[in-house]
Design a binder for this molecule. Sequence first.
Ligand SMILES: NC(=O)c1ccc[n+]([C@@H]2O[C@H](COP(=O)([O-])OP(=O)(O)OC[C@H]3O[C@@H](n4cnc5c(N)ncnc54)[C@H](O)[C@@H]3O)[C@@H](O)[C@H]2O)c1
Length: 361
Amino acid sequence: MENRIYLSLKREEKNIPIVFIERIEKVGEYLASFNCSDLVIFTDKMVYRLYKDFIDSLSYSYLYLFDEGEESKSIESYLKAIDYLLDRNVDRRALFVAIGGGVVGDVVGFIASTYKRGVRLIHIPTTLLSMVDSSIGGKTGINYKLYKNQIGTFYQPEMIIICPQFLGTLPKSEVLSGIGEIIKYGFTLDKSILDMKDRFENDVFEIFQDKILAMQLIKKSINCKVKVVEKDEKESLLREVLNFGHTVGHALETYYNYYFSHGIFVILGMVAEMILSNILFNFDLSNLDFLIRILEKNSIKLPQRFEKSQIISIMKYDKKNISSSIRIVLLKDVCDYVLGYEINEDILYEALDKFEKIVLS
Ligand SMILES: NC(=O)c1ccc[n+]([C@@H]2O[C@H](COP(=O)([O-])OP(=O)(O)OC[C@H]3O[C@@H](n4cnc5c(N)ncnc54)[C@H](O)[C@@H]3O)[C@@H](O)[C@H]2O)c1
């Protein structure tokens, strides 16, 4: 199947290959084509447990295992990995390979961009979300204190290797999480993704039984992201569109202490931001029905507590904000977006009231 999409960054004269392969056994060949002093593989304990034979077959110098979960995006976890590399005298001609979901990708991206002022990096995403979103575009980050991604860099990898074989072991909640980001592309950048609405509503696993369809969806999503990042790598404005659903989504994720997977909070965030879009731009709320049905069918229920003032105060720390005003991406219609809208707190309260009635009742 080997085929590629390129992410072309003119300013840096970089053409980053996103390589699609059918079988994980091919990964070794790609890694062998890079000259390096040490090959350092980073993954998490869960991925290692599932893919031990494959990972051990790669000729690595060092293997570093993170605990699974968002906690690995902490400053302590970052420093522990840096100590590990320093203790082994890993130099800047090394090659780092991040095999895992968005957590491993984000923290290893940050390590690669800061260790010895930058070490080459390859992403091998293993969750649907990391294939269609987090491994593409060069954002790295760790969380600090209560807030997500407060410390980070833009750092592009040498290559991204996508192998849908990894999806075979993904639990349903993680598939749904990736679908959340895919639906976001549908509402903001590529309407044709929403033609699959009915399939998203039915059993999410079913989509991935059909390998050709799954690959088409993954590629469509990656194309959306690539086009935006090529135009606005450092998020001066256009790239904000990818944050649709994330301003409220991230705040809920922090408030509910990562109770669901990331993309599920994005679905909840899209519901809230569509309600806001309706209040401010008359966005057609019938679009919400399909998201609500997905939440219901998959028994996604938020815990009952819902303190709006606390959720809004978390939103103020969102890194998209300028000073403490809350900036948000809204929709006038499907794929007709408004970027950087500075939202008034009263309207936010009104929208969260409606959101609470729809989602928590
Ligand atoms: N950098 C970006 O542009 C960007 C974009 C979106 C999200 N993110 C970040 O990504 C993170 C979420 O990523 P995620 O959803 O991939 O979560 P994750 O990395 O926590 O992975 C979810 C779970 O799935 C397990 N897992 C990974 N691959 C598996 C496989 N093939 N089979 C079975 N289990 C597997 C992991 O061990 C983990 O327990 C968040 O921290 C979010 O902030 C970053």
